[in-house]
Design a binder for this molecule. Structure first.
Ligand code: GAL
Length: 673
């Protein structure tokens, strides 16, 4: 259920009026109108004002704000303020303060200072959310509910006494018998056999490595506790206002490791995501695109909401670079291109005090006589012109397998190399596809993937039998699968699949691995070169692959596996399974190998386009985002340019740093391009 209001695309952001005097609030309403703001998120950190003492609710101050916004035509995404429990509550219930893995109980003074499992926190949450819901159930400004803020960041796992009690209950419900837990965790290793549930603790800091299966389950459990805290609120709100959608904002699809968003997305009426650029990273718009594609994918392809990003600099990175002119517009429209029906920011007005006073806002400290404000007003106008995009879908022919459980498991301790990293491989493959102008979806290994021409598994270390069977079926039915090294190694308990690696994928890939040969830091090894192809080197990984049906496309030319396969192909049923056992390095290396797979699967890419021209199709609209310093002419686009109304017949030029959106008009039958 996507919010009905505002019509068209939503534009606005977090609004924290409690920080400002009345004159400023009056000015806010006028400025919101000027910029075309139509949705604000309100109340996120206002528990202390909504409930100044236990059981005494005060919404009078907020009524006035909602009324003013409503009069200004601004809809409200009303937040439950549970990410900021008040001082009186924490003082009365100090046991709600979370405990770190190292055993440190955090203090009051930041935010997210209550454990999702703590009974006092859950009870206070339920009372407050009911009071808030009852008070605002009929207010005409309220368009949707925004529960909490960014579950999982910074509070992922908590190690307090309430967490441990809930953990034991979770283990009992999951395993039923203690012997089943012992089997799943492999407790005969290091003599960890449990004979009673009460002996089991959270996987606290230890002077050596803690049982990896225990840690993996604790990650699942902890994430589930936050979801329970969310669902508690959602259920109350749904009961009171069944007509209003409920969401919570993800702390960045690609950047929040602790939340399994495949599971979360099922609990939300609409997926909402936050994204902040890593300001110093070159080409950081690729990370943005990946975050947006993952948000759309967990939403099942449905339109999602960009709940927060920044107008300019953030204030929590080592060096907080301001956005360059045009960058905020490119960022915003890239999210829309990839399926967002909103462009919302943290925050409306830059704060004068508190921890985030150097963070940008739509209204900067410099005021409205500023380049930034002029860009904000222009963006509002652009989004109004793009209203027709609302609800339309992005289609992808290629999917990347992304599984948070595999992410968690891979990055536990004592792996064959410290250079094995889920994000490193995922980023490498995503970037190669982005530079090829290929739009991708992300998929869970057990999802229905039959509709994709190519599926890539860059880092599927943990793969269940069910996941492996799904990939097998996909290939047999004609799919093209590309798997990267150290995939299919362990099951859901981080236990190695029986027999030679990669146990879950041996048959599918038509090979086995005799031994891992991780490379030294900064070491690279050459691969054999085919005539007409560029030199290719691998880094991070090498291993002794023994083909059993697969054919060698490229071999290692030197290093520990000289003469043995590095890149293989296995024809199986109607499809093909490819395997890459190193990390290609330099220039176009990975793109060249991927290109072979894409070509064989018939995935077409626009030819002759410079890499920095981002091209995404959403419904009838083609988004052309020029991240470079020179104008680019794109061929093969016919329609009307949305921002200036110009017709383009087969070609369109996008100025340096600019964004052009063309609404394609189908040619009448018989007319030639
Ligand atoms: C987000 C958070 C916001 C604000 C923002 C600053 O993670 O949800 O409340 O702190 O970061 O970049």
């Amino acid at each position: 259920m996507y919010p009905e209001r505002p019509a068209g695309l939503a534009f606005g952001g977090d609004y924290n009026p409690e920080q400002w005097p009345r004159e400023v609030l009056e000015e806010d309403a006028a400025l919101m109108r000027e910029a075309g703001v139509n949705l604000v998120s309100l109340g996120m950190f206002s528990w202390a004002l909504m409930e100044p003492a236990e059981g005494r609710y005060d919404f009078g101050w907020l009524d006035e704000i909602l009324d003013r916004l409503h009069a200004a035509g601004v809809a409200v995404d009303l937040a439950t303020p549970t990410a900021a429990p008040p001082a009186w509550f924490v003082a009365a219930h100090p046991d709600v303060l979370p405990v770190t893995r190292e055993g440190v109980r955090i203090g009051f003074g930041g935010r997210q200072s209550a454990c999702s499992s703590a009974p006092a926190f859950r009870e206070a949450t339920a009372r407050l959310v009911r009071a808030l819901g009852e008070h605002y159930r009929d207010h005409p400004a309220v368009a949707m509910w925004h529960v909490h803020n960014e579950y999982g960041a910074p509070l992922g796992e908590c190690y307090c006494e309430h967490s441990v009690a809930a953990w034991r209950g979770w283990l009992r419900a999951t395993y039923q018998e203690i012997s089943a837990l012992n089997d799943a965790w492999g407790t005969t290793f290091w003599g960890q056999t449990y004979t009673d549930w009460s002996q089991i603790d959270a996987p606290r800091f230890n002077h050596t490595v803690v049982n990896p299966a225990q840690r993996l389950d604790y990650a699942r459990f902890s994430d589930g506790q936050h979801r329970e805290h969310y669902a508690l609120q959602r259920d109350i709100l749904r009961e009171l206002t069944p007509h209003l959608p409920v969401t919570t904002n993800f702390a960045g699809t690609v950047n929040c490791k602790s939340t399994d968003l495949w599971q979360w997305a099922r609990e939300l009426d609409v997926v909402a995501n936050d994204h902040y650029l890593r300001a110093e990273q070159p080409d950081n718009h690729i990370d943005l695109a990946m975050s947006a594609d993952l948000a759309r994918s967990v939403a099942g392809g449905a339109p999602w909401m960009l709940m927060e990003h920044s107008a300019g600099a953030v204030n929590w990175q080592p060096r907080n670079l301001a956005k360059r002119p045009g960058e905020m517009r490119r960022n915003s429209l890239a999210h829309v291109a990839r399926g967002s029906d909103s462009v919302l920011f943290f925050q409306w007005r830059a704060s004068r005090f508190g921890a985030e006073k150097f963070h940008s806002g739509l209204v900067p400290h410099a005021g409205t006589d500023s380049g930034q404000w002029r860009e904000v007003v222009r963006l509002g106008a652009d989004l109004r012109r793009l209203a027709g995009v609302r609800g339309s879908r992005v289609r992808a022919e290629v999917a990347l397998v992304w599984d948070w459980e595999s992410y968690w498991a891979l990055e536990l301790d004592w792996r064959p190399s410290v250079d094995l990293s889920f994000r490193e491989r995922m980023d490498a493959f995503y970037e190669a596809l982005w530079r090829e102008h290929v739009t991708v979806d992300f998929v869970h290994p057990s999802a229905d993937i039959s509709g994709y021409r190519v599926v890539v598994a860059p880092s599927a270390y943990l793969l269940t039998e069910a996941g492996a069977k799904n990939l097998h079926r996909y290939v047999e039915a004609g799919g093209h699968l590309l798997v990267s090294y150290f995939s299919g190694i362990v099951d859901e308990h981080d236990a190695i699949h029986p027999g030679p690696h990669p146990g879950a994928l041996r048959e599918l890939l038509g090979l086995s691995v005799e031994e891992f040969h991780p490379l030294r830091q900064d070491e690279t090894v050459p691969l054999t070169t085919e005539p007409g192809t560029e030199d290719l080197r691998g880094r991070i990984w090498s291993e002794r692959v023994r083909p059993a049906g697969a054919v060698t496309v490229r071999a290692f030319a030197a290093g520990p596996d000289a003469g043995h396969p590095a890149f293989t192909r296995h024809d199986l049923g109607a499809g093909t399974a490819w395997y890459l056992s190193t990390a290609p390095t330099g220039g176009r290396a990975l793109r060249d190998l991927l290109g072979q797979v894409l070509d064989r699967a018939g995935v077409s890419r626009p030819r002759g386009l410079p890499e920095h021209l981002e091209l995404v199709r959403r419904g009838r609209h083609v988004f052309l985002i020029n991240h470079g310093d020179e104008p680019v002419t794109v061929e093969g686009v016919t329609g009307v340019s949305v921002f200036d109304g110009e017709r383009c017949d087969g070609r369109v030029t996008v100025a340096a740093g600019a964004v052009t959106v063309v609404e394609e008009i189908p040619r009448p039958e018989g007319e030639r391009a």
